[in-house]
Design a protein around this ligand. Structure first.
Ligand code: PDD
Length: 282
């Protein structure tokens, strides 16, 4: 694989990052994942805008302009021959040459930028979408600024492991009052009748780029959308559920904490949203 590191395209074996990089030592870094279908970037502008927002929230300067970022993404797709897959991008506060809790002087230490690709042939035809996912609920013990897409992914990773151990596919984070925030790496939705319900935007969840597209599509299709909090108990009694993310698109959920939704098969609304989203993206 060819990866991009601070202005250069190099083989992954040659790529080097300092042990003093703050992304490595402090998780002082933000990231984006953009999908590629048929060689085409999906929702690039949305991901670039969210990256700019994450950086601004953390007082980090962007190491590249919007145009440069697009050019780098395209070059990565071309150099790695990606038809279907993902592009991972990370911007770190950089390498101050030592370990220190205080942010380095931005005049002296420039943010670092890394990109790599993951080839996923047939990404849009993931057979999991025909079966649907089983999720468990786990306490949301993450920090309070989940709207910033930082690389602090240890707890989400542990959540995924808890799900696997329970024979399930993923976990939904739940606050103390039983309210669902989001999935380990996706936004969560329930469907009641033909109404789509998903948590409102705040600092409690990531402002999903796929979420924005799916809600726009739903509104264009005259479907009812309610952006509000919902509990796990409400979700267990819903007609359907699904999640959205750049890598999963729209993925049906058929079981929550052992409770089967509908007929235990992907529901019509989730299937329809997935179909329209993929059709519009390609
Ligand atoms: N995750 N919520 C969380 C906590 C996420 O990590 C993600 C994305 C989303 C969905 O956002 P979007 O639709 O913009 O991908 C919601 C990426 C895919 C990941 O970490 O791999």
């Amino acid at each position: 694989r060819i990866v991009y590191v601070n202005g250069e395209y190099v083989s992954e074996e040659e790529a080097k990052i300092s042990v003093f990089d703050r992304g490595f030592l402090m998780a002082d870094a933000v990231y984006e994942v953009t999908s590629v279908l048929d060689g085409k970037l999906i929702d690039f502008d949305g991901h670039a805008a969210r990256l700019a927002r994450s950086l601004a929230e953390l007082d980090m300067a962007s190491p590249v302009s919007h145009e440069e970022l697009l050019a780098i993404h395209r070059e990565m797709v071309a150099r790695n021959g990606i038809e279907d897959g993902l592009i991972y991008l990370q911007v770190t506060r950089g390498n101050p040459g030592d370990r220190d809790f205080v942010f380095p002087d931005p005049e002296k230490v420039r943010p670092g930028i890394v990109l790599f690709t993951q080839s996923k042939p047939g990404l849009a035809d993931n057979p999991a979408a025909q079966v649907g996912m089983k999720v468990i609920s786990i306490p949301d013990i993450r920090w309070g600024r989940r709207d910033i897409k930082t690389v602090q992914l240890l707890y989400p990773s542990m959540g995924k492991m808890m799900a696997k151990k329970a024979g399930c596919d993923d976990a939904w984070f739940v606050e103390e009052d039983g309210v669902v925030t989001e999935g380990t790496s996706n936004n969560a939705y329930i469907v009641k009748g033909s109404k789509i319900i998903t948590r409102h935007l705040s600092e409690d969840i990531l402002h999903g780029i796929t979420r924005a597209a799916v809600l726009r599509i739903a509104k264009e299709a005259q479907m009812a959308v309610e952006e509000r909090a919902f509990t796990v108990e409400e979700a267990k009694c819903a007609d359907e559920a699904f999640v959205t993310s750049a890598s999963a698109f729209v993925m049906p959920v058929v079981e929550i904490d052992g409770a089967m939704l509908g007929q235990g098969k992907p529901g019509p609304v989730a299937k329809r949203m997935r179909e329209i989203y993929l059709e519009e993206s390609r």
